[in-house]
Design a protein around this ligand. Structure first.
Ligand code: PRX
Length: 638
């Protein structure tokens, strides 16, 4: 059934209890009781948090409206704007001179923003977007490197009541073009280039090519980061710094009043077809979910220095770099580059320099840093750290222990947070007071009802693999797939339609203590270094090459990256496979989808195993590569 464990999990007997000090200082020391209470009435729990953490221009009339399930509504009737909670209110409070964001460039550049200065920068850019014709309800696509202007562009878009669609800077031409077309964005915000491991990525060139494939774009705003040569199309392309000098870029722009259920942003994620899936989040519930989870799980306090080392272009960055820390009035640190560049202790040096107290990253980064050895960490004073976090894929116990011992100095609990682009915020996660087991996300968060079930809906026995489902709606849930509500129902709500449950696409098991262990994806999604890729998108890039007739991709476990992609290609008649052609195809995927999607191996084959209805049986390909038994082959076409 499930696709198979990507990484082996630990025996559940290894338990790490929080120290008395951690418990005594936690924001929610009685979390276990709070969680019990919330289980009895999840809606009441979220209602209380909505009042505790957020201001509303006008109060909501109903917490949860389930009259049109699965199209749930949260906080209906409430008037809000996330930018009010994230910036406007702080810029007018004592926090105005508090640091909101500290940024370090790969080349050592440093920039700092107080709440007031960030608020002003966002106002200016909102006015610039307005002058480009952006209005409430429009979409703006943002394709940038990891610079402060990325969150600024997101916040400015939302200030106007428009909807952002951030496309991760590691995607290439076709991936970007598809996303622009699907969102119908008339305005694109990009950079000349981005720094990556001492080299520049030509973002503007990629954006130009994408715009030529997706001519809906009328205006392109370009932030200068690398200073490389780029072509500017007159009347279409504008430099950010030129626009900023114009009188239109005044430092005050009214924040649009939004309904709680108005669209906030679209974030494309991979699914089972090649067409990107625009996950839609809305203005009210999302805020409640992310502010609550950050406050409870990472125990955020006024004096913390929070470092979420994800990219703002993914959901982790949206929720926990940009929005939740600002809502809570925190100080965030952002680093432009890759871990371990230009030297293996770059991260640890920054932890020391900026006095980072909470670090949240992905297992793949931990494994990469672990490879360099702990001596690099030992060179630095990491005593400022008090909590650590992990996200994106199962963390193997070996990496967990290394992180705990050498980075957390055996005093920092590790928050292994399971969630998805679609859930908006953490769903299965400990808080600092929850005893930990390496490799387990522990328990569903307060107000979240999760379970592991069989195909017929029965709850699995302890330690039995099954489908991970969410049995109750939650405020940060995706509301639909942009422009395709049927796909939303089909993808998430059809597997357990009779029960009204959301199916996550993951397989999992619960142990004897009720702790959840994520096994991996059950669908055609592959997690490579924590990045989520759909086999279909890579396959369609492969078949767009003139020599390829058919392609199939699978994920194969990899010690460092969690999984790598293994591609099978059938060539057109008259073509023969060779190492050169494999290289050419890898280059082609890099160009069309992006470097993260490049297969580690390409195998040329004469046919692919298919069901009688023509569906490729990737399960069989995977078993073949891993040398495992083929299992049930009764549906295989003869
Ligand atoms: O398979 C699960 C895995 O990542 C998937 C969601 O990917 P994405 O939408 O890109 O969001 C990633 C960041 C929230 C899930 O279906 N996943 C995420 N976090 C964990 C995880 N697997 C195991 N443990 C985690 N902590």
């Amino acid at each position: 059934m499930p696709n198979g464990a990507d990484i082996s999990t630990a025996p559940s007997s290894e338990i790490y209890y929080p120290s008395d000090e951690v418990v005594a200082n936690a924001n929610v020391p009685d979390y276990m009781e709070v969680r019990e209470e919330a289980l009895k009435d999840p809606v009441a729990f979220w209602d209380a948090r909505a009042k505790e953490f957020l201001d509303w221009y006008e109060p909501y009339e109903q917490v949860l409206d389930d009259s049109n399930a699965p199209f749930y509504k949260w906080f209906a009737g409430g008037k809000t704007n996330i930018v009010h909670n994230a910036l406007d209110r702080h810029a007018q409070s004592w926090r105005k001179n508090k640091l909101a964001m500290i940024w370090e460039g790969e080349n050592g550049d440093q920039r700092m923003f107080s709440y007031f200065s960030l608020w002003k920068a966002v106002n200016r850019f909102a006015n610039i977007l307005k002058s480009m014709g952006v209005q409430k309800g429009d979409t703006v696509t943002i394709y940038m490197g990891r610079v402060p202007e990325l969150p600024i562009a997101m916040l400015a878009t939302v200030k106007l009541g428009a909807i952002h669609s951030v496309v991760y800077g590691g995607f290439s031409e076709q991936a970007l073009a598809n996303r622009i077309t699907d969102a119908q964005s008339k305005v694109l915000v990009t950079c000349d280039g981005a720094w990556l491991r001492g080299k520049t990525v030509n973002l503007k060139d990629i954006a130009d090519e994408a715009v030529s494939r997706s001519p809906v774009v009328q205006k392109v705003i370009v932030y200068k980061r690398t200073g490389q040569d780029v072509e500017m199309v007159p009347g279409r392309d504008f430099w950010w710094h030129d626009l900023e000098k114009l009188p239109i870029a005044s430092p005050y722009c009214e924040t649009e009043v939004m309904d709680a259920e108005d669209p906030l942003f679209i974030l494309y994620t991979s699914g089972t077809t090649g067409k990107p899936k625009g996950v839609l989040h809305t203005c009210g519930g999302y805020q409640v979910h992310i502010a609550t989870t950050l406050k409870y799980v990472f125990d955020l306090k006024e004096e913390d220095r929070w470092w979420c080392a994800a990219d703002p272009g993914w959901i982790t960055g949206h929720s926990y770099i940009v929005y939740a820390p600002l809502i809570l009035g925190a100080t965030s640190f952002i680093y432009e580059g890759a871990p371990g560049y230009p030297y293996p202790d770059r991260w640890w040096k920054m932890v020391e320099r900026y006095n980072i107290s909470i670090l949240y990253t992905a297992p793949t980064a931990i494994r990469a840093l672990m490879r360099f050895g702990e001596a690099w960490a030992e060179r630095h004073d990491l005593s400022s750290l008090r909590l650590l976090g992990s996200v994106g894929e199962p963390i193997n116990p070996e990496a967990w222990r290394w992180y705990y011992k050498h980075i957390g100095q055996e005093k920092c609990p590790i928050m292994d947070t399971w969630w998805q682009t679609e859930t908006g915020g953490f769903m299965i996660t400990p808080t600092p007071v929850v005893p930990l087991k390496p490799g387990s996300g522990t328990l569903p968060f307060a107000g979240v009802v999760a379970d592991v079930v069989r195909a017929n809906g029965e709850t699995c026995d302890p330690n039995e693999d099954g489908y991970l489902v969410l049995k109750q709606p939650w405020p940060g849930m995706a509301r639909t797939v942009w422009g395709d509500p049927d796909r939303y129902v089909e993808t998430y709500w059809s597997e357990f339609r009779d029960f009204g449950w959301y199916f996550t696409g993951d397989s999992a098991r619960k142990d004897d203590d009720g702790y959840f262990w994520i096994i991996g994806r059950m669908d055609d999604v592959i997690k490579v270094s924590g990045y989520r890729l759909g086999t279909a998108e890579i396959e369609s890039a492969l078949v767009s090459h003139a020599k390829v007739a058919e392609a199939a991709c699978i994920g194969v476990p990899d010690e460092l990256r969690g999984n790598v992609i293994h591609a099978f290609c059938i060539l057109n008649a008259g073509e023969t496979g060779s190492e050169d052609l494999a290289q050419e195809l890898k280059q082609h995927v890099r160009h069309e989808v992006g470097p993260i999607a490049v297969p580690a191996a390409i195998e040329f084959v004469d046919n692919l195993p298919k069901t009688r209805s023509g569906k490729i049986m990737r399960r069989l390909l995977k078993a073949q590569v891993l040398g495992q038994p083929l299992g049930d082959t009764s549906t295989l076409a003869g």
